[in-house]
Ligand binder design. Structure first.
Ligand code: PMP
Length: 406
């Protein structure tokens, strides 16, 4: 079934306020449908209380709403057990949790971590932090000129690795990696497989059991949900054997002056009062996306990406990064237009009602590898249309004249 973005737009108050708004920055954060906004507001209106603590009815209802969202998220990614879903703030926190708990508490000093050269900073810096403390080595699998991982060198690089952490869909190149294969390669080398799914869970069907990953991280705000809520999926046995990342209330069973006993999984990783309303909003976002159907979401974005690549390629001065085949891409395109600085181009587009991202998109190593300091990125979601892409192309043509590209 194909999606009807014009109908979908009616659910998003931001487009009611400005129907001409062309929002091409969903890879940074998505817009929110009324169903999510209302779920958050309704929680505060009707159910607000702290979770897991109170014996009174309101607190039981708040706990049920919070834990109900955990079950929805678990089903959405096909986790075997909802206790494999840990609520965190975002992908960044999820990856920091894994890096800290595995990298410091489980790996021996001088261990080996393998990443790829197409990682977002949030899947590089946490590993650098723990490596500094533990003297671990970090090695990177490179990508080729078209933006595909160079798997010919992967086996050599993965030798003796303890952890292999990699992105599912690149937020700059758009490449969708074969994560099932990458997980298998990690396991063949006895390494844990960690997936940064920030750009995949919102946009395509993701099944953690089919992928075979050990950990998978994503953010609510990129999938129509609120900011400040994200997910770390982890296999139960692994989470159970891990030390907590943060200490405090909620994450303990007993506290004595000289020792404490941790709570069960997943609560031992959720120190302090959690983002209860955020989790409830994420549950509503999951309902919304399931209602659309993730296969349909993927098909719609594939259609938009193919069209964007086609329209951009018609422009003389454009340089597009990442795979040529739209089937291997997620719904975003990073490019440069002649020597126009991406910040100037993004400002020009903004003056014409089009929101795009400009800069290094928190992926400096990708830009360094491409010999760039910055790029302009257009990213798409369920509320974007072909008509918007056509306007985008027209405005880019005007920009070519405005910036006097030869
Ligand atoms: N990984 C990737 C691939 C991303 O695109 C992003 C967000 N740009 C992140 C991680 C970090 O997400 P967050 O800022 O929500 O933690």
């Amino acid at each position: 079934m194909s999606l009807n973005p014009k109908l979908i737009r009616k659910d998003f108050p931001i487009f009611q306020k400005n129907d001409n708004l062309i929002y091409f920055d969903s890879a940074a954060t998505s817009q929110k449908p009324i169903q999510v906004i209302e779920a958050v507001a309704d929680f505060y209106r009707k159910f607000n209380a702290n979770v897991h603590r109170g014996v009174y009815r309101l607190s039981v209802e708040a706990t049920e709403a919070y834990e109900g969202s955990r079950r929805k998220v678990a089903q959405f990614i096909n986790a075997a057990n909802s206790r494999e879903v840990v609520f965190v703030r975002n992908t960044t926190e999820a990856l920091n949790l894994v890096a800290h708990s595995i990298g410091i508490n489980q790996m021996k000093k001088g261990g080996k971590i393998v990443l790829t050269m197409m990682e977002h900073h949030s899947n590089i810096v946490p590993w650098q932090l723990v490596s500094k403390i533990m003297n671990h080595r970090i090695e990177y699998i490179p990508f080729d000129g078209e933006g595909y991982l160079d798997l010919s060198v992967a086996d050599k690089i993965l030798r003796d690795a303890d952890v292999f952490s990699f992105v599912h869909a690149s937020n700059v190149l758009g490449t969708v990696n074969d994560v099932k294969l990458l997980c298998r390669m990690a396991h063949d080398h006895g390494a844990l497989a960690v997936v940064d799914a920030a750009q995949s869970v919102p946009h395509m069907p993701v099944d953690v059991r089919d992928i075979g990953c050990d950990f998978l991280a994503f953010s609510g705000h990129k999938m129509l949900g609120p900011t400040g809520i994200g997910v770390l999926y982890g296999r139960y046995e692994l989470l159970d054997g891990m030390e907590p990342f943060m200490g405090g209330g909620e994450m303990i069973k007993e506290v004595h002056l000289d020792r404490s006993v941790w709570n069960d999984v997943p609560w031992k990783f959720e120190a302090g009062t959690p983002n209860i309303a955020g989790a409830v909003g994420l549950g509503a976002a999951v309902d919304y996306l399931r209602g659309l159907g993730m296969e349909n979401v993927r098909t719609h974005e594939h259609m938009l990406t193919a069209k964007a690549l086609e329209l951009l390629a018609e422009l003389k001065h454009v340089k597009i990064y990442g795979p040529e085949n739209p089937k291997h891409r997620c719904g975003l395109v990073a490019f440069n237009l002649g020597d126009i600085h991406p910040h100037d181009l993004a400002t020009y587009l903004d003056n014409h009602g089009i929101c795009v991202r400009a800069g290094h998109h928190c992926a400096m190593p990708i830009h360094t590898r491409l010999g760039l300091s910055a790029s302009t990125r257009a990213s798409f979601f369920v509320y974007n249309t072909v008509e918007e892409l056509e306007i985008f192309q027209e405005v880019l043509k005007k920009a070519v004249k405005f910036f006097k590209l030869a």
